[in-house]
Design a protein around this ligand. Sequence first.
Ligand code: ATP
Length: 262
Amino acid sequence: MATMLEVSGLNHRFGGGESGHLAIRELSFTVESGQLACIVGPSGCGKSTLLRCIAGLLKPSEGTANLHGDQVSGVPEDLAVVFQDYSRSLFPWLTVAGNVEFPLRSRRLPRDERRDRVRQALEWVGLADAQRKFPWQLSGGMQQRVSIARALASRPALLLMDEPFASVDAQTRFELEDLLRRVQREQGSTVLLVTHDIDESVYLADRVLVLSSSPASIVADLPVDLPEQRDQITTRESAEFVALRGEVARLLQKRAVVTEAG
Ligand SMILES: Nc1ncnc2c1ncn2[C@@H]1O[C@H](COP(=O)(O)OP(=O)(O)OP(=O)(O)O)[C@@H](O)[C@H]1O
């Protein structure tokens, strides 16, 4: 497998000099093409800061992020981000199709190609019949599916997701997790997803990167050897799942105790 993302020696300090706030410390990892990697870490540890550095929205104080070998220095064209807050990321005055098409307009794609991509992406997320609706006519879970379709329509080399399912109810969250895994498998997408939910990270991922509390550094990089076909009930009950989520929880708890003790 080729390396899609390579983060090396990343440090980020907010504010200048030693008095600034160190949010990320010496972070290095890679994500292979076609992999779904989850980053899990305690609240406030620096997860969003890390994603912003990878997305080119924030220049790290030190270190680099390389996307398919190119150093990220601004927002790469072939990178898409899905945020937690779908209600603020969709344009209320555009239809579902208009929202999905929006980022494609800045690319020099022929109109027919744009329309095909919009139709396909909405099919992938099960919203083929909602093209002409407006976001405010849809449930929260459906709006987040539109955000995912919009991200996928641009066929990104890397899809970054920042707590994408944190604002929906538990049942919808399960549905969206299954949808993401299905589409990611079908399309061979490379995904890096940040969550603070241990169970979600294990259920979704091929690999879980566990972060320490602030400043964020990697405390473990765990492969997830669960079956390819996962199911919200049986997978979560399996001995392998329970063992892995226990391991992640222990790592997070240990780090919290170490940090509290200084
Ligand atoms: N612009 C900023 N200026 C100064 N400090 C910041 C800034 N943005 C974030 N921080 C600090 O950096 C640390 C990491 O923040 P970040 O939002 O990356 O964490 P997070 O893990 O994504 O948090 P959460 O789990 O709550 O979403 C926090 O202590 C935060 O207060």
